[in-house]
Design a protein around this ligand. Sequence first.
Ligand code: FAD
Length: 451
Amino acid sequence: MKESLGHSGPPWISSFEGQNLELNPSKRQRLSHDYFHYSPVLKASLQDKVADAILTPKTPDDLFLGVKTAVSLRLPMTPRGAGTGNYGQAVPLYGGLVLDLTKLQSILDTGDGYARVQTGVKLGVLEQVLRQNGQELRIYPSTYIKATVGGFVAGGSGGIGSITWGSLWDGAVLSMTILTAEAEPRWMTIKGQDLAHYIHAYGTTGLVCDVTLATAQKVDWHQWGVSFAQPGAAVEWGRELAMSVQSGLRLISIHEWPIPTFFSSLRGVPTGHSIALVEASEERESVVRRLLTKFNGTVFLHWDQNRYHRGLGVSEFTWNHTTLWAMKNDPRWTYLQVRYHTDHYPRQIEQLHRQFGDRVLQHMEWIRDGGQLVLSGLPLLYCQSPQEINEVVEFCHAIGVDVYDPHTYELYGEGRKRQLLEAMGQVKRRHDPFGLLNPGKLLDVREASGA
Ligand code: FAD
């Protein structure tokens, strides 16, 4: 046990004798935060939260011992991967332990169509290893270089690859091994429909120790940046590209002007143009170019497979990296997560433009959800107060745009399927009878609804 000078520590630390427990204040501070500062609302409510100690297991046995000790002391436990989540998912609301799981980093087995890895393996490392063996990840977040497999499965949703493979709920996870937080913790193998109780559950229903991910055959990806003078053309071009081919696409990300001006490392976008950033296989070049002619688009960037995963890629301007570049430009930008109507999206986008002008800028990704092509948006909002953000949210509701509120750390909220949350609550009551796993994140649905 490492103890920092000047911090006598809480009375229970001796129970962790021989375990990798740290009390260092700056480390506790650092590992108690994630990327919640993308939300001014979460920033105000979470910045003072800090764990009492950091426990860093290096093996599953260490994890078991640490959890058993913490349960005996009734200490809250907040699991953590790389801490790149945006909703304060990895912030300990009630102190206790942050479980730093990044040292559980073995790649246990890989084969045709699957990879079984410990939770702390970085997605970027796994992608590299898989590609050396003719496979690749199906989906991964734009933070893949830092983010861990366990953190993505327990805290993410989708990303690069979602245009073909959908989200985490669409077969991306084949199985996982979890540890419960009972007085005598149990290892459990989770498969099939039960996986939904742990995906994007923030570790509230069990601690993920290892995950078996579905993988895909490796593709030699080309990266494209294409631009359009006409408003709305980038969205339509992306839609037609996605409709034309069912495979050979990894990313279609749309950014209206002036978002490209925030991308200081992405040169060559003609002034006033909206853009699409695309990853497509070499075989798709003909359809990319044919559709560009149809929509009067031009190519400002084309990198072949030799540039893939070497240096900054186009994906690092997409998904929530778009918000990162906007905030670099002006920290008063924030964002929302929305889903446009499959047919009426052009009208909805137009209505948002008319209502909010340059205060709401359109950034979206074409993805598949349960096989259906949908327009998923991460619009940029030039708003700082909860009232201003709410104004946009209310307007979205009024015009039929679904909102997945990124300004809350609670799993109870809009857009989450109520039935699934109820089932997660039941699992939690069994696996975490003392309410120690990431407390405050999964509200009891019955209580929250006032039932
Ligand atoms: P963490 O942030 O450490 O943890 C995420 C959640 O999982 C927390 O609730 C934590 O308690 C829990 N957790 C971690 N490990 C375990 C475990 N072993 N068992 C149980 N619970 C655990 N997300 C996307 O889905 N797609 C994107 O494209 C995307 N782009 C992003 C871009 C930027 C710039 C930023 C800042 C964030 C983005 N995110 C995105 C959010 C985040 O980066 C990803 O979800 C990422 O996969 C989280 O991984 P992590 O290792 O950082 O997890």
